[in-house]
Each structure stands twice: as C-alpha cells, then as structure tokens.
Design a protein around this ligand. Structure first.
Ligand SMILES: [Zn+2]
Length: 316
C-alpha cells in the first residue's frame, strides 16, 4: 500500500514542543515575536519608543509618547488569564497536532485545570480558528454537498431528527483530478438564499461547482459552470466519483468528531467545531508550522469576553 505523505509526515513531536515552548519565558518570547515582529509598537498610538520592566514575572512596555502600559497578552485572547502561557501553548499544540478533535474533557486532563477552564481555553482557541477561516475562499473545481453536524440523516427527511443536528454545506476545492485541496464548511440552512450568500462569500471564479440535485443548489447556477449530478433519493452521492473529495472530507470530519463531543451540547457551538476541523484540514500539508501559525494569529486576535464565548449557554 502506498504511504500517504500527508498522514505520515513528521509533525511537531511532544519532545520538540517541550524543547521549544517548555518554559513561560520561551512562550512569552514566541508571543512577542509573533505580535511585534518588527519590535514593539504601542497598541494605542503605534509609537515605537518605549521602556520596559517586569511586574510579577511578566514583561511590560510603557509607551514613550502616550505612557500606555501593556504586556504581550494585553488586548489579545490571552488577556487577564490566570493560566501560565505554557498551559495555553500546550493546549494549542494538542488542538493542532491531534489527528482527531481533542475535547474539553481531554484537555482538562492534559492541562491539569478544571473543566470550565479547559472549556474556555478550547473555545477561545476555536474562535481564533473560526475567525481565521471565516474569509476562506475556494476556486477552480469545487465539490459541494449538504450534510448534518452531530448526526446522520441518511434516508430520513432532511432537517428532521434529533435537536443536536445542524445543517451545513461542505465545499471542497480539488485538483483537476479530484484530490482535495482546501475545505470550507458553512453552517447555513438549505435554502436558495443561504446558498447564494455562501457563493458570494466563499466561492471565487473561475469555478466549476459539482453538486447533487438538492433544490437549494440551483443557486449555484450563477456561480460559474455548475455540474448538477442527479443522484436520486438519500445520500446515493456518497458512492459517486464526482463527490469523492467532499465525501472523503466529510468522512474525516465524522471520524474527528466521533466519540469526542457526545456529552456536550455540540449543536449550539457547531460553527466553532466545524471551524476547528476546517482549520486543521486546510493546514494538514505542513503539520510543523500549524502551531507557530496559530500562535501568530492568537497574538493578534482581540479578546472575546466570556459572555460572547458562552453565548449559547446564556440563551443569546
Ligand atoms: Zn502610545
């Protein structure tokens, strides 16, 4: 059997991770380099001149122009955290290197923190991934399919079933010979209007879009060349070669989620769970660089408060 180069590539081993990010000083230095690659710039006035000092072990800058004081975590997702940076980095390492998703419960055990803390860490990091993937656009040959997050819907009526089931569109850009390149999951209802909005946001011409005969996919007609493959009822498309890439990606998604989140209300946060899988999938060709790339984007992502992160729990 041929070895799959993506699956068998060397990632960042735990030993290498500890060597690179094993101490708080290393993690702080990595964040500083990610946030201010050209040297410190004041977040308020952008002034470069500053003096620095340490307070409770953390490095602070004071802007020479406006006197604003900040540390490397001020104004980022790590703001006001009580956790050491090593803990955040370990969480980022685990979330990015794992083949399948790591649940908050598993994270709790690895980090040695409480479940609510692990949950918040995971959701803050997933939100960073979601924001990063939000502008993802696909072009060229794109396979599109309708799917449900949190359960199977084969043979049943679409949209019915358990409350934990969330409809989403899976789109996969492929090579000319049908190999998956990048994916995009959009949590939208299966309506013409929603598909039109998805096309406007996530697909770029030149396009050859392949879909099944679901009525809402008629909205793909205006997107470019539309190959509509009528598959009959149910999910017969699973076996068709025209849908091989999107089916492979959906199968990976199912495996990644299997058994990981059964205990929590996944439907309410489906957009983040989907983004987590999408983020990792779209960076699978270079496992070594996923962590530094996530650190870079986390270092420049503004903080979200607990209310936003927990919006579903609060019923907003
Ligand atoms: Zn300033």
């Amino acid at each position: 059997m041929a070895m799959n180069r993506v699956q068998f590539q060397r990632g960042l081993s735990m030993a290498e991770f500890i060597q690179l990010y094993g101490s708080d000083a290393q993690c702080e230095a990595a964040l500083i380099a990610s946030r201010w690659p050209q040297g410190f710039a004041c977040p308020v006035c952008a002034g470069p001149a500053s003096c620095s000092f340490r307070r409770q072990g953390r490095l602070y800058w004071q802007c020479a122009s406006c006197r604003y004081q900040c540390s490397v975590i001020s104004g980022t997702i790590f703001e006001s955290t009580k956790l050491p940076l090593t803990c955040w980095f370990l969480a980022m390492h685990l979330l990015t290197q794992a083949k399948n998703n790591v649940s908050a419960l598993e994270l709790k055990r690895h980090l040695g923190v409480s479940y609510p803390t692990a949950w918040l860490v995971k959701h803050k990091l997933m939100e960073v991934m979601r924001l990063r993937e939000d502008t993802r656009q696909l072009t060229g040959r794109v396979e599109v399919d309708d799917a449900y997050f949190g359960g199977e819907c084969s043979g049943g009526k679409r949209g019915r079933g358990s409350q934990n089931k969330v409809p989403f569109i899976a789109a996969v850009q492929t090579t000319d010979d049908g190999k998956p390149v990048v994916a995009c999951f959009a949590q939208v209802p299966f309506t013409t209007q929603a598909v039109e909005q998805f096309v406007a946001k996530s697909l770029v011409r030149p396009l050859t879009v392949v879909s099944d005969g679901l009525r809402c996919f008629m909205a793909l007609e205006g997107a470019g060349v539309h190959e509509r493959v009528i598959t009959g009822s149910g999910k017969a498309s699973v076996k068709l070669p025209q849908f091989q890439a999107v089916n492979t990606v959906l199968s990976n998604l199912k495996t990644a989620m299997a058994g990981t989140y059964h205990a929590v209300k996944i439907a309410k946060y489906a957009h983040r769970y989907l983004a987590e899988v999408q983020y990792r999938f779209n960076r699978r060709f270079d496992l070594k660089s996923i962590l530094p790339r996530l650190v870079r984007v986390a270092a420049v992502t503004k903080p979200h408060n607990r209310v936003f992160i927990r919006e579903a729990e609060l019923g907003c």
